[in-house]
Ligand binder design. Structure first.
Ligand code: SF4
Length: 422
């Protein structure tokens, strides 16, 4: 998203975006500073840009701690923090003056996007008011700052008009949307809309695209969107990072510690919307996690029967409060718990997917090649979930809808034949 915004501004001012270091007059590196691996990767990318081009501006999360970058790469021209679009542009102007007046409309109104034409990420807010002990996002990005609802809806509308068929709603805390604005009413298409999670979901659902909700923190009002899913207004898909199933570990993480309550809510959601896909992520090996806690997590997952699951081994992030907790779990125990957790998750996924064999569904085609097409159903978010493989793609093209019948399944993916392209 941040890269796309910077690219849009660059294009608007007449800069060309090129595909190689050698052809570039200047390189802007957008970094991530969240986990140690990402910091390492970002520093490597900066090093590569410095070595191969030499004129480098750095932006993004890692820029919140500029010395991390300048100690390693003293020759970078400028370091800016996350969302510092103006600062990035000023730094670019200092090196290469703009070619056009930015107020002349040289870019399509929906901006320049890096994702394929048929789906797009829609960022509704920045930052987060929580203080989960394993996370440093609030210290990097600040407290929740929601975009006005009129602005979000206008962007969404432009994207759909430009051919986007699926909107992926993202933020650090999607269900908190608007809390910082006191849920202020804005205007879209001349009509009042409140800056509130459910109202936003309903308004987005009226655009006629698939609307997929990511990073939904499990507040009680999340229950309100489930009827919208049952009615087909937004995709029956919820990405909720539950993180653990043991109330004790959840408390240490400073997450809502109502694991039991979460199970009851999941049951109720499935009663209202039987087709709902629930995706979640978990952390195993959190400091203080005992074998009993881990067993509680496995029991919780068994009960919750989540459709899509990601699992991370806890890794200390510099500056995170959890580092100070006692009883860090040895690496080999973390790995062993990760493997046991994923074994159960795979078994649940395989069973759920095999129940889909014989079903007909609508899919969106992401890629077409010699070996057929790769598509996604309502249950599959791009990049993170499984896919629907279509062996004989016929005349299907990227971005097409297709009606398919599921012929077989493995642990995470489905195979299908086309009934009719749409
Ligand atoms: S809710 Fe998410 S972004 Fe906010 S502190 Fe917790 S993990 Fe970090």
């Amino acid at each position: 998203m941040d890269s796309e915004r910077i690219l849009t501004r660059l294009r608007a001012e007449g800069y060309d975006v090129v595909g190689s270091y050698e052809d570039a007059n200047l390189v802007v590196v957008n970094t991530c500073g969240f986990i140690d691996d990402a910091i390492h990767e970002s520093l490597e990318a900066i090093g590569e840009a410095v070595a191969r081009n030499g004129k480098v501006i750095v932006t993004g999360c890692l820029g919140a701690k500029p010395e991390t970058i300048t100690d390693r790469h003293p020759s970078v021209l400028k370091v800016t923090g996350p969302h510092a679009y103006e600062e990035v542009m000023t730094a670019v102007h200092e090196q290469l003056p703009p070619l056009h007046d930015p107020f002349v409309d040289l870019v399509p109104p929906q901006g320049i996007r890096l994702t394929p034409r048929h789906y797009a990420y829609l960022k509704i807010s920045e930052g987060c008011n929580h203080r989960c002990t394993f996370c440093i996002i609030p210290s990097l990005r600040g407290d929740l700052a929601s975009r006005p609802i009129g602005e979000v809806m206008l962007e969404a509308e432009r994207l759909v008009k430009a051919g986007v068929k699926e909107l992926l709603v993202i933020s650090q805390d999607t269900s908190a949307y608007g809390a910082d604005l006191k849920y202020a009413t804005g205007f879209w298409g001349g009509k009042p809309v409140r800056a509130r999670f459910t109202d936003l979901a309903r308004a987005l659902g009226s655009l006629g695209a698939w609307v997929r909700l990511h990073y939904v923190y499990p507040y009680p009002h999340v229950d309100e969107v489930i009827p919208l899913m049952a009615e087909g207004k937004v995709l029956p898909y919820l990405d909720i990072p539950f993180q653990h199933g043991s109330p004790r570990v959840l408390k240490l993480m400073k997450r809502p510690a109502h694991a039991e309550n979460a199970l009851a809510r999941i049951r109720a959601w499935r009663e209202t919307c039987p087709d709902i896909t629930i995706r979640s992520t978990f952390i195993v090996g959190f400091p203080g996690e005992t074998e009993d806690d881990f067993q509680l997590l496995l029991d919780w997952l068994q009960e919750a029967q989540l459709d899509r699951v990601g699992c991370f081994r806890y890794s200390p992030v510099e500056g995170a409060a959890a580092n100070a907790l006692a009883e860090h779990v040895p690496e080999e125990v973390k790995q062993e718990r990760h493997d046991r957790f994923m074994e159960l998750a795979a078994a649940i996924s395989a069973e759920k997917l095999s129940a889909k064999v014989g079903r007909r569904m609508r899919v969106l085609v992401d890629a077409v090649g010699d070996e057929g097409a790769i598509a996604r159903s309502t249950a599959d978010a791009p990049e993170i979930d499984g896919v629907v493989r279509i062996l004989d793609a016929g005349s299907l093209a990227v971005g097409d809808w297709a009606e398919v019948e599921i012929t077989s399944a493995d642990d995470y993916d489905l195979n299908a034949v086309v009934l009719q392209p749409r």
